[in-house]
Design a protein around this ligand. Structure first.
Ligand code: SAH
Length: 423
């Protein structure tokens, strides 16, 4: 393993070559001058491909007048034609990745309490100026998601570095379902890229609680690292309450609530393997089984049909709008979910509610939730906005990096069931 030569790139020993030149339409360089890392097809006048150019190769972006604007990876088939790695005319090499990875790691050293948490996002794509590359640390295992063909082709530049800088026991690549782009010669399997995984399930610690999951193969559950701060907030407010955890997955929120002293937790989750892990995580944290009820089925139906009410609710659905086309349907779903949540909330209940749909802006989400409160005739306070922890930075030049938004609410007067809402 350690015999790999550091400078080897694709076995050729050379730096990746710049094989594309993208000339912008006149007057379209503004967003690049502002360092936005994406170049959209619409802004590009001409794509010049040099001999042997393949999707994912490096390209230079130049203005209509020919001035250098940035260098990045190019994906000719994509709406996002290029993702810029440097706005300076410098080689895209291991030194660049070293700088960015060290800077990313330095942030995590500051913001993660290593005594309580050993799982966090080490590199967050555009947020850490590494467009297309996500690296999660799960204890001593690194999990990488390569979201673009470009980052895949540059792997020889960063993979060795991950070993050298972070000394993981193993580096695994998560499957291509995470990727935004199709790519040639793509292996469909999850792969252990370096080292070896320990036998059995991985266990991590978050806020001093223990969680297991499957990283590769089998159920491939993974673990949502972006809710760490919210889970802690829920834990702190849980004592003596009846809590409903909707879309509970493997129990991140449920376990925090249990450890925080919740009297009872009802967890609703449609996936059977996830529910199994939820139960395992509950046990691992030495929580009494009688305080947990795990429900299969649909969370929307649960709210309509089950007449129990709660002091605390967590609502963390999967992305309901995956594209602009499904936005309207998604907004109706969010509205419905919250109408019923306000009905099932007790007086004084707290609700933590989230949307991780890229296409639903924080303002829009807020509008829908507030609209639901009005329609249900609930009286609701807004206590704060919620988002991922600081290990998921959003670069100011790339506001699209903000995907998870949430609202913390308190219900002064619960909502009413109305006839027309039916079942
Ligand atoms: N809150 C979780 C993450 C939720 S991810 C955590 O902290 O880890 C969204 C989850 O919703 C997934 O586990 C998915 O299986 C589940 N899900 C999707 N649609 C559902 C539905 N209609 N009813 C219940 N669960 C659903």
């Amino acid at each position: 393993m350690s015999s790999r030569s550091e400078s080897t790139v694709s076995g050729t020993g050379t730096l990746p070559e710049v094989r594309f030149r993208l000339r912008l339409k006149p007057g379209r360089e503004r967003s690049l001058r502002l360092h936005h890392p994406w170049v959209f097809t619409g802004a590009v006048e001409q794509v010049e491909a040099l001999e042997g150019a393949a999707p994912g190769d490096l390209g230079d972006v130049i203005s209509a007048e020919g001035a250098f604007l940035g260098r990045g990876t190019v994906q000719p088939e994509s709406q996002i034609l290029a993702r810029i790695l440097s706005f300076e005319d410098r080689p895209i090499d291991a030194a660049l990745f070293r700088e960015r990875l060290l800077r990313a790691a330095a942030l995590r050293e500051r913001v993660i309490d290593a005594g309580a948490t050993d799982a966090y996002r080490l590199a967050h794509s555009e947020g850490d100026e590494l467009p297309g590359l996500i690296i999660d640390r799960y204890g001593d295992v690194l999990s990488v998601q390569t979201l673009t063909a470009g980052m895949m082709r540059l792997r020889p530049l960063w993979l060795d570095l991950l070993e050298e800088l972070f000394h993981p026991r193993a580096i695994v690549e998560r499957g291509r379902e995470a990727r935004r782009e199709a790519m040639e010669g793509d292996e469909a399997q999850d792969a252990v890229l370096r080292g070896a995984l320990p036998e059995g399930r991985l266990e991590i610690r978050e806020n001093a609680h223990r969680f297991v999951f499957d990283l590769v193969g089998g159920q491939k559950t993974g673990f949502y690292l972006d809710q760490r701060e919210s889970r802690r907030a829920v834990e702190q407010a849980a004592r003596g309450t009846d809590l409903l955890d909707l879309f509970a997955y493997t129990g991140g929120f449920s376990v925090h609530a249990g450890r925080g002293g919740a009297t009872s937790v009802v967890a609703v989750e449609s996936s059977a393997p996830a529910r199994e892990l939820l139960l395992e995580n509950w046990r691992r944290n030495e929580l009494p089984p009688e305080r947990l009820a795990v429900q299969g089925g649909d969370a929307f139906q649960f709210l309509r049909r089950d007449e129990r009410t709660f002091d605390r609710m967590v609502i963390d659905p999967p992305p309901l709008a995956r594209d602009r086309g499904s936005l309207e349907r998604a907004l109706r779903a969010y509205k419905d979910l919250h109408l019923w949540a306000f009905v099932r909330a007790r007086e004084g209940a707290m609700i933590w509610t989230y949307s991780c749909s890229q296409h639903v802006s924080p303002d829009l989400f807020q509008k829908v939730v507030f609209g639901a409160a009005r329609d249900a005739e609930a009286s609701v306070q807004w206590l704060g906005r919620l988002g991922p922890g600081a290990d998921h930075p959003v670069h100011l030049d790339h506001p699209q990096g903000e995907y998870l938004k949430g609202l913390w609410l308190r219900v002064l007067k619960p909502g009413k069931v109305k006839e027309k809402r039916g079942t």
